[in-house]
Design a protein around this ligand. Structure first.
Ligand SMILES: [Zn+2]
Length: 252
């Protein structure tokens, strides 16, 4: 009898200890906040994916030698329009941050109106005893992918998923040189990825600040805009929505 009582006592105790554990069905504030956050992230992820798909659709993949967009919006070799520029196409050599040659040969192609704006800026600079040296111009989309493969870091190379303005033929990487082609001190080399290359960085000599300002103001007066982190990079503000292209220029 005692054993039965003892056993039922143990059973009842165990039963209650198992069932009476307080279980909260309502999530607390912290859980709710987490749920909200993950919903927001999911939504953001969907939107990013959507915009990437749209961008992907707008990629204009052209055959070798074809220059794309109609009505005078195609590409032009800048040297065919002016011989006042100095070319130092770094990606056609291994003297760049990738330490690899990614262009078959050195050519500077841009959209026609970008070329006209660059020529205008160069004319203004020539009056002041300087001219533009070009480091990079239009960059074929397939080269962008190649660069991303070598250096997949969005701080240094634009992810080919979104593309770069260079892939549209509407961005240039440039510096100033003197009329005889000799270098002008800009504070850092091209593709120096550090705060010293930022437009707002002020711990530089008066000369360097003056050179950067001259280039910036001249370029802005001809329709170009800057990016915060690279003194050499200029985007042309066009009313035309240029598409990412994969036109490849002929070599030799
Ligand atoms: Zn650039």
């Amino acid at each position: 009898m005692m054993t039965i009582k003892l056993l039922s006592f143990i059973f009842v105790t165990l039963f209650y200890s198992c069932t009476k554990v307080p279980v909260s069905i309502e999530p607390n504030t912290k859980t709710m906040a987490l749920i909200e956050k993950s919903r927001a992230l999911q939504l953001r992820g969907d939107k990013v994916e959507e915009s990437l798909l749209k961008k992907k659709d707008s990629i204009e993949v052209l055959e070798v030698g074809k220059m794309g967009q109609s009505k005078g919006e195609g590409f032009i070799n800048i040297l065919e329009m002016s011989d006042d520029f100095v070319l130092d196409m770094r990606y056609a050599t291994s003297n760049n941050f990738l330490k690899e040659k990614v262009y078959d040969c050195a050519q500077c192609y841009v959209r026609k109106e970008v070329a006209n704006a660059l020529i205008g800026a160069n004319k203004d600079l020539i009056k002041k005893g300087y001219k533009i040296k070009l480091f990079d111009c239009y960059r074929p989309y397939s080269v962008q992918k190649k660069m991303w493969k070598i250096f997949p870091n969005p701080g240094y190379v634009a992810d080919p998923k979104g593309g770069s303005i260079h892939n549209k033929g509407a961005a240039v990487d440039i510096t100033l040189v003197k009329m005889d082609g000799s270098p002008v001190d800009m504070g850092t080399d091209f593709d120096h990825f550090g705060k010293e290359a930022h437009h707002a960085y002020s711990k530089l000599s008066k000369d360097v600040i003056g050179h950067r300002k001259l280039l910036r103001e001249t370029m802005k007066a001809h329709g170009f805009s800057t990016i915060r982190t690279e003194w050499w990079h200029y985007n042309f503000k066009s009313t035309i929505r240029y598409r990412i292209s994969d036109f490849r220029w002929k070599c030799g």
